[in-house]
Design a protein around this ligand. Sequence first.
Ligand code: SAM
Length: 218
Amino acid sequence: MKEDIGYTVRRNQMVDQQIAARGVSDPAVLDAMRRVPRHLFVPESLKDDAYDDCPLPIGYGATISQPYIVGLMTALIEPKPGDRVLEVGAGSGYQAAILGLIGCRVTAIERIPELAHLAQTNLKQAGVEGVTIMVGDGTALSGSEGPFNAIITTAAAPDVPPSLVALLAEGGRMVLPVGDRDMQVLTCIHKTGTKLTVSHHGAVRFVPLIGAQGWSPV
Ligand code: SAM
C-alpha cells in the first residue's frame, strides 16, 4: 500500500534534522530509518506525532524511544547484514524493524505478552521480515540462545547483566542504558577474547529493565 507523502517527507526531515545532524553517520542506519514507517509503530491517536523529536507512550508503561536515541544505539552496535542481533525490550517492534531492514537476523524479546503481540502485528503491517519475537525475560536467556554478534537492550539496567555478556560472540558489540531507575548512561561494550572495552555515550532515560538480572517489579 502506498503511504501518504506527508509521512515520507516528515520521516526524511526526522533523519536529516534529528539524527544525521546530531552526528549519526552510518549510511545503513540512516537508510533504514528513512524506510521504516514509524507511524505504524505508535498508537493510532499519536500518528501525527510519530516523527517528532521525542519518545511516545505505547501502553503498559512502555515507550517507543526518541528517534535520535534509536539511531545512536543502532549505530553503536555497528550492525551488518547477516549479523545475529538480540534486542531486549521489543516494545512496539520499531527498533527491531530498523535492524531487520539493515539485513540482520533479529531476535527481539519482550516481557509483556501484549506488547510482544503488538510488535509482531506492527512488523507484519510494515512488511518487515527477518525478526523473531519472543515473550520472556531477556536477562534470563540460556547460553544456547546465543551467540549474538550484537545485543541492544532498550530498557534501563542497574548493571551490565552478565547473562547478556555471556551471549555475545567474539567481536560482539552491546549497547544498553546503565544507571538508576530515573537516569542512565548509554553504555557500549566491545568483546574481544576475554577483554571487554567499555565506552559511554551520554545521559538517557529509559523505562526499567525488569528481570532476573535487572530491577524487581515495583
Ligand atoms: N525498543 C522498543 C521499541 O522500539 O518500541 C521500545 C522499548 S521500551 C523503551 C522498553 C521495553 O522493555 C518495554 O516494552 C518493557 O516491557 C521491556 N522490558 C523490560 N524489562 C524486560 C526484560 N527483562 N526482558 C524483556 N523485555 C523487557
